[in-house]
Design a protein around this ligand. Structure first.
Ligand code: NUP
Length: 211
C-alpha cells in the first residue's frame, strides 16, 4: 500500500495542530518544511509527535559534509524520524547525512528530480538518474521523485529498485493520485488537503486512492 504523507506547510503552530488533529487517522506520516518551522519554531515537531506518526524534515539539506552532519543531528534530536537532503552537493555531503541518520536510527531521502516545471532546467534527466544512483550507493532509504512526471518515476524506479520513492506533486501541482500511487511508496500531499474546506474528508479521499 502506498503511504499518505501530509505536507504540513501551514505557517502557525495552531493551524498545524488543528490540521494534524483533523487528518491524522488517514495519514502514515507528516512532512514539515521551512514554512512551518520558520513560522512556529522547531519545537512544533515535538508537539506534533502526539499524533504518533513519523515526522519527516523536508529541509532539502545541501551543504558541506560537516554542516550537513550538524543539521541532521539536530533534526533527529528534535523529534524527527526522517530527513530529506539534496543530492547535488555530492556524495561526501550525502554520506555525512546518512551517517547521522544511521546513528539516530532514522531514515534519509534524497531529492532526485523535483516536481515543478523549473526542475527541468537543471535537476532532471541524466543528472536526476546520477543522483538516484548515488542515493543507492550511499545507503539512503530512497528518493523524492515527481508525481507530475510518472514516466520519470518509472525511469528512476529502475535505478533505485526496492528502495522507497516518495512523491510530491499530486493535486495542487497537477499530478494524478490514481496514476502515481501504484508507482511509488509514499504520496506527499499538501495544499489539496490543508487548504480544503474539509481537510479530514480530503485526506480520507487520498487515503482511499492510495490502496
Ligand atoms: O520536488 C519536490 N516537490 C515538492 O513539491 C520536492 C518537495 N519536497 N516538494 C514538497 O512537497 C513541497 O515543498 C511541498 O512541501 C510538498 C508539496 O506540496 P503541495 O504542492 O501538495 O501543496
Amino acid at each position: 500500500m502506498t503511504e499518505l504523507i501530509l505536507a504540513l506547510d501551514v505557517l502557525t503552530r495552531e493551524e498545524a495542530l488543528e490540521i494534524a488533529e483533523e487528518t491524522y487517522p488517514y495519514l502514515d506520516a507528516i512532512k514539515l518544511g521551512y514554512p512551518l518551522v520558520l513560522g512556529a519554531g522547531l519545537s512544533v515537531a515535538r508537539e506534533l509527535s502526539q499524533f504518533d506518526l513519523p515526522l519527516i524534515a523536508d529541509f532539502k539539506v545541501a551543504d558541506i559534509p560537516n554542516t550537513n552532519r550538524l543539521i541532521a543531528e539536530h533534526v533527529f534530536e528534535s523529534g524527527f524520524s526522517a530527513i530529506i537532503a539534496h543530492g547535488f552537493a555530492g556524495s561526501d555531503s550525502l554520506k555525512a547525512i546518512v551517517e547521522a541518520t544511521e546513528n539516530a536510527g532514522g531514515e534519509c531521502y534524497v531529492v532526485a528530480e523535483m516536481s515543478h516545471p523549473g526542475a527541468l532546467e537543471f535537476l532532471s534527466g541524466e543528472t536526476a538518474e546520477k543522483i538516484a544512483q548515488m542515493a543507492v550507493d550511499c545507503g539512503t532509504d530512497g528518493i523524492i521523485a515527481p508525481a507530475t512526471r510518472p514516466e520519470r518515476v518509472k525511469a528512476l524506479r529502475s535505478i533505485i529498485k526496492d528502495k522507497k520513492i516518495l512523491s510530491p506533486g499530486v493535486g495542487a501541482q497537477g499530478g494524478d493520485a490514481r496514476e502515481i500511487a501504484p508507482l511509488i511508496d509514499g504520496m506527499i500531499v499538501g495544499r489539496s488537503i490543508y487548504n480544503s474546506e474539509n481537510p479530514a474528508k480530503e485526506a480520507e479521499k487520498f487515503a482511499f486512492v492510495r490502496r
